[in-house]
Design a protein around this ligand. Structure first.
Ligand code: TRP
Length: 465
């Protein structure tokens, strides 16, 4: 007994942890804020008709996103283990291992295309420094983006560079690195996006863009739109694959898990909205279409800054910060895979990092070579008419993450002892938040799983409204 207790104590203290509440908030936010806000959110809103989609998205965040985030934090901090170890500790039933397996699969699928898009961002930093965007027009911005993604070699090389940066940081040990980077740079990114937004609002015809973003037209809401909103909510908040379980395992005992979740969700949504406010007015002002797809960010932001004094410097800063946001998000995804390989499979940390980087680059190159219609593999249909790039995105965001989230909600809602949840979320009765916990459990048990199931069934056309 004594030796076991001693060993457990020791194992616990051997794990690194974040240094305090602010650091925890920024680390979680650093995972949530990424290409999802700046790149994906605007183009998915654009493709799905604007304001109506935004409304559905916010409903998904409140009734599904926040409850699932709290649950992931609970699993992580309760056990201080990686996903697989945590699930094993909380329940002997091997069925729940599926959460971890879905999570690992989702992690790979996301990384296959995320590393590709991060590569584009890195290349835009370089292009901005070279001055490629001086005197840019709507047409030349589109052409430049096309050239960047079709490649084939430059985008593959940039993807490789992005993965190398991620791997080097991961080998050095995450917590200190992540902490330092996120705490200083996220506020900076925030400021820059606000500047972008203000500039975009002063463009002629900007109000059209705002109308698009905020005007709700209920006729645009279809089961497919709702599934996309749900998928985006999971992707945005880094939920459904165990990232937040892993981060929760590094949390200290005095963290308030519920308020941290709510704050992360609100801050993340604000960053997404600000990106939307920077991008849509620009789209309409330059007579572009909002449903451009993945190129939207890359075609609009250079135009926002084009005629400003110091515009090029701001542009370099913008893409630098976006690259950093993308990198911290990737770190959180790959860290989940690394925690699994080192703690469950006994691999050395550096071996695990290199192995995963190779897998991601090999399969991820298929995403890079199919990102545009004009790419080498652009017309290869993999999954219901989707290219490799779109398939990786669709299967991870719209299937694996929501299914993972559903399982997490059911697991914590129905299969974990109520007392364990209440104790952990109240920090062993230190916090007087009983009613909030009750509300959380109610939503988690009755609203989250039902909403998720309806969204799935209706998007598969099994039920119709
Ligand atoms: N949330 C990040 C973004 O918006 C991406 C991300 C990081 C993620 N970790 C994740 C998505 C875990 C799903 C699961 O860019």
């Amino acid at each position: 007994m004594v030796t076991v207790a001693y060993r457990m104590e020791n194992e616990k203290s051997n794990r690194e942890s974040f240094s305090g509440t602010i650091a925890i908030f920024f680390a979680a936010l650093g995972s949530a804020v990424g290409l999802g806000n700046i790149w994906k959110f605007p183009y998915v809103v654009g493709e799905n008709g604007g304001g109506a989609f935004l409304l559905v998205y916010i409903i998904c965040i409140v009734f599904v996103g926040i409850p699932v985030m709290v649950s992931e934090f609970y699993i992580g901090r309760k056990t201080h283990k990686n996903v697989m170890g945590a699930l094993r500790q909380l329940s002997p039933n091997p069925v729940w291992k599926s959460i971890g397996i879905f999570g690992i699969l989702a992690g790979y699928f996301i990384m296959f295309f995320y590393s590709c898009v991060s590569g584009w961002v890195y290349s835009y930093v370089f292009k901005a420094i070279k001055g490629d965007f001086v005197n840019i027009t709507a047409d030349s911005a589109g052409a430049l983006f096309g050239k960047t993604v079709v490649g084939p070699f430059p985008p593959l090389v940039w993807q490789f560079i992005a993965m190398t940066v991620v791997s080097l940081i991961l080998i050095k040990g995450v917590e200190k690195g992540i902490e330092r980077v996120t705490k200083t740079l996220i506020p900076l990114l925030f400021v820059l996006i606000i500047i972008c937004g203000i500039r975009a609002l002063t463009l002629p015809g900007a109000s059209e863009g705002l109308k698009f973003l905020f005007k709700v037209d209920f006729s645009k809401i279809t089961p497919g739109v709702i599934l996309s909103a749900m998928g985006l909510a999971f992707f945005k908040l880094s939920l459904g694959m165990g990232t937040m379980v892993t981060y929760g395992s590094y949390f200290t005992e005095d963290t308030n898990l519920i308020t941290t979740s709510a704050k992360v969700a609100v801050a993340d949504t604000i960053v997404s909205l600000l990106a939307g406010i920077a991008i849509f007015p620009t789209v309409f002002s330059f007579g572009m279409k909002p449903d451009q797809g993945p190129g939207l960010l890359f075609m609009t932001i250079p135009l926002v800054f084009s005629k400003l004094p110091f515009g090029n410097i701001l542009l370099v800063a913008f893409f630098c910060l976006t690259a950093i946001a993308a990198t911290t998000a990737m770190i959180s995804i790959v860290e989940m895979l690394i925690a699994y390989f080192t703690e469950e499979k006994g691999l050395k940390r550096s071996t695990a990092v290199i192995l995963n980087a190779i897998i991601i680059l090999l399969i991820g190159s298929l995403a890079t070579l199919s990102a545009d219609k004009a790419s080498i593999l652009g017309n290869v249909s993999v999954f219901f008419g989707r290219s490799f790039f779109d398939t990786f995105d669709f299967i991870s965001s719209n299937i694996l993450l929501p299914v993972g989230g559903l399982l997490i909600a059911i697991f914590v809602g129905y299969f974990v002892k109520k007392n364990s949840v209440v104790n952990e979320l109240s920090n062993n009765e230190q916090l007087k938040n009983r009613s909030v916990i009750t509300a959380y459990r109610y939503i988690l048990m009755y609203v989250t799983p039902i909403l998720l199931t309806i969204v799935f069934l209706s998007s598969l056309n099994i039920i119709k409204f």
